[in-house]
Design a protein around this ligand. Sequence first.
Ligand SMILES: NC(=O)c1ccc[n+]([C@@H]2O[C@H](COP(=O)([O-])OP(=O)(O)OC[C@H]3O[C@@H](n4cnc5c(N)ncnc54)[C@H](OP(=O)(O)O)[C@@H]3O)[C@@H](O)[C@H]2O)c1
Length: 170
Amino acid sequence: MNRLIVATGGTKGIGLAILEKFAQAGFDVATCSRTLVDLQGVKAGLEKNYSVRVFIHTADLSVSSQVKALSEFVTGLNRPVDVLVNNAGVAGFGLLEAYTVDQVRRMFEVNFYGVLRTYQAVLPGMRKQNGGLIINITTGASTSPCIAVLQPSKSRAAKVESVRRSTNTK
Ligand SMILES: NC(=O)c1ccc[n+]([C@@H]2O[C@H](COP(=O)([O-])OP(=O)(O)OC[C@H]3O[C@@H](n4cnc5c(N)ncnc54)[C@H](OP(=O)(O)O)[C@@H]3O)[C@@H](O)[C@H]2O)c1
């Protein structure tokens, strides 16, 4: 059986490029986005070009019930997850005082709590198999005063390192 990568936001941009690379390397892939027709296109394209299976699920990662459903979907595949890529993210540029609290909350839902929930979905399996890789796509733009809100919601690097240590993954 092929190994499995789960990557959020795999229909465009960086996420799609990641899925292409892993499919090329023989990984089955599972991905989500908010747009079913895009997901169907990705599934058709990857399954046509590579000998892999593609599992798709519509989810808005800013809605906690939908992230929970995504986690259940992944768990329901009954497959060890070899790689998790938290790619989908909400970006934001502008002065801090221009954001509404709801906008900031949405950023944290996707960039922080969404990531936390995907960890909770895959870590039990990774611990059991004593291996796995988690990659978080964050941002290098940490010092700009115009992304004062984005940066804390995207501060995932330290957390990933501690998860890697605690799961003894490579
Ligand atoms: N591009 C850059 O220059 C850059 C720089 C630094 C960091 N990043 C980070 O890299 C990651 C990918 O960026 P990108 O530019 O490749 O993005 P993109 O081209 O806009 O693609 C984003 C992907 O995530 C999905 N998505 C967005 N919001 C979602 C939500 N709430 N729930 C579920 N899926 C969602 C999108 O599909 P739907 O819209 O259909 O849901 C799409 O598949 C992001 O985390 C971004 O912050 C990008």
